[in-house]
Design a protein around this ligand. Structure first.
Ligand code: PMP
Length: 354
């Protein structure tokens, strides 16, 4: 740290992204990317836009927002496109939270939430998940604070029902409820429909998982026009051209080919269920994940050892050291072939442990 670093950030613990090692070719099951490539029209759109890079991108993301508004059944004024969904989450924390408006979220969830809170000087509170890692919706009913919940939650993959989400939103009318739907396309019920009914609901989604565009950085939020306008103020006060030309064109093309991506989601769900059954046969406990990852532990091998041994064998999974979950690993669902390799290596490690 230099002596010039602002005091307000001196205790900030930055978010740690999943590792991206380059020492060898890994089967990458650690950052919840899609194993499938973008559709051909996305590649064409990117190539075409690359020729126009001398010009700034459209700050209103007009075409992309138009496509999204058709697909999600909301007005263009009810959508804001951002540089990954991390950016819309940060905009929401900046726009709606402060010392008088603290935020709550589960103790086990996306690790960026406390970082956004600390970055922006926002008090926060963690609410413990139940013993089985599910969220107890009752903990959030009428809590009177801003709330962010990932649905499905990460890294557990567990979901709340739409009814539970509605109760949380309806019972906190003076507070903002952010539902982070990064993984919604793999099996949860989306709360986008509720944004028409509740002015305190913001739903965020991303193109990083179900739409094979993690490297392009595109996310978005859906809420009432006035919530979106507040976040536009933040956007135009930080980075008006937050979505670059190529990403914008890629996103619009991806939305036009929604069926291709939803088909890939179906394949991933099928592979997820296959892998879950295979892990259970090997003695693992696996949560009932509705996301594109599994969360699993075995009595026969500790979480960190399994992670390390898999890495030695060329398979990367994500291990977290937090006490409640350190026996687990989060395993992104890849192609069927990748998961066969993962399962074979896991079996090999288990047999060596005996
Ligand atoms: N929310 C959750 C729950 C996530 O796991 C992630 C991925 N790290 C994000 C949001 C952000 O993803 P992105 O910025 O790539 O849209």
């Amino acid at each position: 740290m230099s002596r010039f670093f602002s005091k307000k950030y001196q205790n900030l613990k930055a978010y740690t992204p999943g590792e991206q090692p380059r020492d060898m070719q890994y089967i990458k099951l650690n950052t919840n990317e899609s194993p499938y490539p973008p559709s051909p029209s996305v590649l064409d759109a990117v190539a075409e836009e690359a020729g126009k890079l001398a010009l700034y991108s459209d700050p209103e993301c007009t075409e992309l927002v138009r496509e999204a508004s058709k697909l999600f059944g909301v007005k263009p004024t009810e959508i804001l496109m951002t540089n990954g969904s991390d950016e819309i989450l940060n905009f929401a924390f900046m726009a709606f939270c402060d010392k008088e408006h603290p935020i709550v979220f589960p103790d086990i969830t996306y690790g960026f939430y406390p970082v956004f809170a600390e970055l922006n000087g926002i008090p926060y509170e963690k609410i413990p998940l139940k013993e089985d890692f599910s969220i107890d919706a009752n903990d959030y009913i009428g809590i009177g604070k801003n709330i962010v919940i990932a649905n499905p939650n990460a890294p557990t993959g567990l979901t709340l029902t739409l009814e539970e989400i509605e109760k949380i939103v309806a019972s906190n009318p003076e507070n903002i409820v952010i539902i982070d739907e990064a993984y919604v396309d793999f099996g949860a019920q989306s709360a986008v429909c509720l944004t028409k009914k509740y002015e305190n609901l913001l739903v965020t989604q991303t193109f990083s998982k179900s739409r094979s565009m993690a490297g392009a950085r595109l996310g978005f939020g859906i809420g009432t026009a006035s919530l979106i306008a507040d976040m536009q103020t933040i956007k135009y006060s930080t980075n008006p051209y937050n979505v670059n030309r190529m990403t914008m064109a890629a996103g619009a093309a991806a939305l036009r080919e929604n069926a291709y991506y939803m088909d890939n989601c179906k394949k991933i769900v099928k592979t997820r269920e296959y892998t879950k059954r295979a892990l259970e046969k090997m003695g693992f406990s696996v949560t009932d994940s509705k996301a594109n990852f599994l969360f699993a532990k075995s009595e026969a091998v500790n979480g960190e050892t399994l992670y390390t041994e898999l890495k030695k064998r060329g398979v990367l999974v994500r291990h977290f050291s937090a006490e409640r979950i350190c026996e687990y690993n989060r395993i992104t669902v890849g192609t069927q072939e990748q998961m066969e390799v993962f399962l074979a290596k896991t079996e090999e490690i288990l047999s060596e442990m005996q």
